[in-house]
Ligand binder design. Structure first.
Ligand code: AMP
Ligand code: ZN
Length: 476
């Protein structure tokens, strides 16, 4: 297995600390708003990584946190806690917002076919270990207090600070990250623990040795929970590329200073962004789509997964509905071909053992994935198998095996392959009439009426799908 390591900026041979065990920590989701397609891309590629490692014979211990406190709207330790912001936006308590969006996250993951981590840990349920880690850093002289604000990490005490992002010393003192917090000794210094501001009235707050009402910083949660569940040194740590200069840089500083063990992480794996119109899809910009938008427009989450797989995880990817429409068509074609194979092969699929004619395809598939997760190549092997001169049974067995990693849901072909879109003149008059009324309601932005008409159309036995080209229907 070879994987790109952000620390060395190279594709490296993968050698875990204690094979076959692989200790993997993935930065989790901040549960203050909906999970969007950008997150789905990141966590789908994590899923492919875990499944590829497992196939290669490793025993992966996969830990992922839930960020439900302490992630501020600004990376420079100013701004509001995102959970408090979400609470205001949705008119609920921060605790309710956290639980609801965590559920939405898991539902989205399940629809995408992503494995659940072995351990999912919420920051709010690990306050004590985070506090202890800050106290350890304090004892070792890495911290200072800004009265009324928080406990800060003094980056000048950690000479390797910035090694992951290759930040020059200048960047740390005057670069892009202007430290607007008054009292910071160096602009790169970051909050380990924050104090509630007067009048802030936070829903989430805990007593600490420094303040009666206070809460952990975002970076400390990942270091503390990763160490608790995986030990002081990890094999792999994943996250989006936005985490390189701040969040992961700070995780390294805290963990290596607290434990004295270097490196904290052997392989740093970073995912590139999903963009919309050239900008990062993000909760804060509001330019996002969710898995429900995908479903409402009649696309399959697994067609979306296939779309993600056709771009390498280290490349930017621009999302368009046209691209998903094209991929949905390819996906349905794939599923129909698999359905045909199943019909031809019948029920007697028993593996006859090793088959030489199939093995070059297996080799090509796994070599692609084991070479820094080249998913575009792996997907092209799927198409090559379909057009190959192989016995049908072999084709089917290969595709079913590949699907253990790709998760295109080949065991459920009937549902997708059997879907037929109906032309408007094949529909009963009453359904056509209801569709017209619904179009009028949508034009007037009367969403309640549009929803009611959708239900009525379903009662006539048709599923309605909104697509970029307008309404379409399928028989239910
Ligand atoms: P957050 O909920 O903001 O903490 O993000 C959770 C993870 O999703 C992080 O690793 C982010 O880097 C990643 N992420 C957020 N937006 C995108 C995007 N548009 N494309 C890819 N990854 C993203
Ligand atoms: Zn993290």
């Amino acid at each position: 297995m070879r994987i790109y390591n952000t620390m060395s900026r190279q594709v490296e041979e993968f050698q875990p600390i204690n094979p076959p065990e692989v200790r993997l920590y993935a930065c989790g989701f901040t549960v203050y708003d909906y999970t969007h397609l950008g997150h789905l891309r990141k966590y789908t590629m994590d899923d492919v990584l875990v499944r590829t490692l497992e196939h290669a014979g490793y025993d992966v211990k996969f830990v992922q946190n839930v960020t439900d406190v302490g992630h501020l709207t600004s990376d420079s330790d100013t701004g509001e806690d995102k959970l408090e912001k979400g609470a205001r936006k949705y008119g609920k308590s921060a605790w309710d917002v956290a639980r609801e969006f965590e559920e939405y996250f898991w539902r989205s993951m399940d629809l995408m076919g992503n494995l659940r981590p072995d351990v999912s840990c919420r920051a709010t349920e690990h306050i004590q270990i985070q506090l202890e880690m800050v106290q350890e850093l304090e004892k070792k002289g890495y911290t200072y207090e800004i009265p009324g604000d928080g406990i800060y990490f003094d980056t000048s005490k950690f000479p390797d600070y910035g090694k992951l992002a290759r930040l020059a010393v200048d960047d740390q003192t005057e670069g892009a990250r202007i430290g607007v917090v008054e009292g910071k000794r160096h602009p790169a210094d970051f909050a380990l623990w924050k104090f509630e501001r007067p009048g802030e009235n936070r829903a989430m707050s805990w007593p600490s040795p420094w303040a009666e009402r206070s809460f952990p910083g975002w970076h400390i949660e990942c270091s503390a929970m990763a160490i608790k569940y995986l030990g002081e040194q990890l094999d792999i740590h994943t996250g989006g590329i936005d985490h390189i200069p701040v969040h992961h840089t700070n995780e390294i500083a805290q963990a290596e200073s607290a434990t004295g063990k270097v490196p904290f992480v052997r392989y740093w794996v970073h995912h590139n962004f999903l963009l919309v119109d050239g900008e990062k899809m993000s909760k804060s910009l509001g330019n996002f789509f969710t898995i429900d938008d995908v479903l409402e427009r009649g696309y399959s989450p697994r067609a979306l997964r296939m779309l993600f797989l056709t771009t390498h995880y280290r490349s930017e990817m621009n999302f368009t509905w046209e691209a998903l429409e094209g991929m949905q068509k390819a996906y349905v074609r794939l599923m129909r071909q698999v359905a045909e194979l199943q019909a031809l092969v019948g029920k007697e699929v028993t593996h006859t053992g090793h088959n030489d004619t199939a093995s070059p395809y297996k080799t090509a598939f796994y070599e692609a994935l084991e070479n820094d997760l080249s998913t575009p190549e792996a997907v092209s092997v799927v198409w090559n198998v379909l057009s190959a001169d192989l016995p049908n049974t072999e084709k089917l067995l290969l595709l079913e095996e590949f699907d253990k990693i790709l998760q295109l849901d080949l065991q459920n072909v009937a549902e997708v392959a059997g879907r037929e879109e109906l032309a408007i003149d094949e529909l009963p008059e009453v359904v056509r009439e209801l569709m017209q009324q619904r179009q009028d309601a949508r034009n007037k932005q009367d969403w309640d009426r549009a929803d009611a008409l959708r239900v009525e159309i379903e009662q006539h036995g048709f599923r309605l799908i909104d697509t970029p080209e307008g309404q379409k229907v399928e028989r239910l």
